[in-house]
Design a protein around this ligand. Structure first.
Ligand code: KG4
Ligand code: ZN
Length: 339
């Protein structure tokens, strides 16, 4: 009997549903929430409301695209956390109702773990190379920056993490300082393509071991822009591409310096990227360059599987389904949930 898993993701501002059959992706639907753009960041109450509006049509579309009915499902997997509590509540309540009505098992998924396990998702007609255990993973999202050794599907060791801001925040906050709308990361990436990464130099932090810090860079960027604006009020408009290229280069180097260090410490040469920031073209290029330098085998998800999606939730649901790890109806969402 084939195993069909419905995955539901609602941890932040994307309402997403996907269906996976025996680990093969059948459908992957994401409804982005435009409502937050004008506020310069995600407004939690508005996110919850938009999830409520989107979730039924998004799940319906995911089932239709997969060509299955709800009765065919083997289990429903949902994001338990980490994320915005109100947003998580919408997805988890929906998943519980769905499981109860269909009398199918419920699987709770850690969003961060799912970003990693997306590397094991198969796609029809596409030859996806997958990492073998153990591999190094740099998980870079809007709220997290972690380096880990992944030893098995559900077993990993965190060997480095940020002591303050996440890499995604560094991108988004820098973008905000340049007057760019939220989320700024993809826009910095776009402008950086036409800029000179060596136009402006920003100091990289000195942090021990494999840990990261991004708050000092944010402050340095703030003061730099403030001082230049005093001399020239059009400084940002006149230098946007160079500013984006330079800040991106610095963030990417901070990330990859520790990745290189982790490789040297562990000797593991299979390297995976995960999370929204792994969509960044500068990071992708630098990791590919390091791969050639050190002989790494690199794994980077497609762009739409790097940023938040439900395919990764369904895939993790499949892994946990096979391991017999089910959740009860009393499972509650957690805003903070260690991996
Ligand atoms: O994993 P994700 O989609 O959501 C969370 O789990 O947080 O990551 C979102 C983060 C945001 O900070 C966003 O600006 C960043 O990923 N991001 C990017 C790019 N695409 C998304 N940052 C830099 N360059 C990109 N192309
Ligand atoms: Zn994410």
């Amino acid at each position: 009997m084939p195993v069909f898993i419905l995955g539901i993701e609602s941890s932040c501002d994307d309402t997403a549903a996907a269906v996976v059959k025996d680990g093969v992706l059948l459908s992957n639907i994401v409804a982005n929430q435009e409502v937050h753009r004008k506020y310069g960041g995600v407004v939690p109450e508005l996110a919850s409301r938009a999830h409520q509006q989107n979730i039924v049509p998004v799940v319906d579309q995911a089932l239709k695209m997969a060509g299955i009915k709800s009765g065919d499902l083997s289990a429903v997997a949902f994001t338990r956390g980490p994320g915005l509590l109100g947003s998580l509540l919408v997805g988890s309540s929906f998943a519980k109702g769905f499981a109860l009505a269909g009398d199918i098992p419920l699987v709770e998924v850690n969003h961060l773990q799912a970003h990693i396990l997306v590397h094991f998702l198969k796609q029809t007609g596409r030859d996806v190379s997958m990492p073998t255990f153990p591999f190094l993973c740099l998980l870079v999202s809007g709220g997290h920056t972690q380096l880990m050794v992944v030893r098995d599907y559900l077993e990993l060791e965190i060997i480095g993490k940020t002591i303050d801001d996440a890499a995604g925040e560094a991108f988004d906050k820098s973008a905000k300082l340049m007057g760019l709308p939220y989320p700024g990361g993809p826009l910095v990436d776009r402008y950086a393509r036409d800029g000179n990464p060596d136009a402006f130099a920003f100091t990289k932090p000195v942090i021990k071991d494999l840990d990261y810090s991004f708050s000092g860079l944010k402050t340095a960027f703030l003061y730099f822009i403030r001082d230049r604006l005093k001399e020239n009020k059009d400084f940002i408009e006149q230098n946007r591409n160079d500013l984006c290229a330079s800040i991106q280069k610095t963030i990417v180097e901070i990330l990859t310096d520790k990745l290189e260090k982790a490789f040297k410490q562990t000797g593991i040469n299979q390297v995976a990227l995960a999370g929204g920031v792994s969509a960044n073209s500068g990071l992708r290029e630098r990791v590919q360059w390091l791969a050639r330098k050190h002989g790494w085998e690199v794994f980077i998800p497609e762009i739409n599987l790097s940023t938040d999606n439900a395919a990764m939730i369904a895939m993790t649901g499949y892994v946990k389904f096979l391991a017999g790890k089910f959740a009860g109806l009393d499972s509650s969402p957690m805003a903070r949930l260690p991996i």
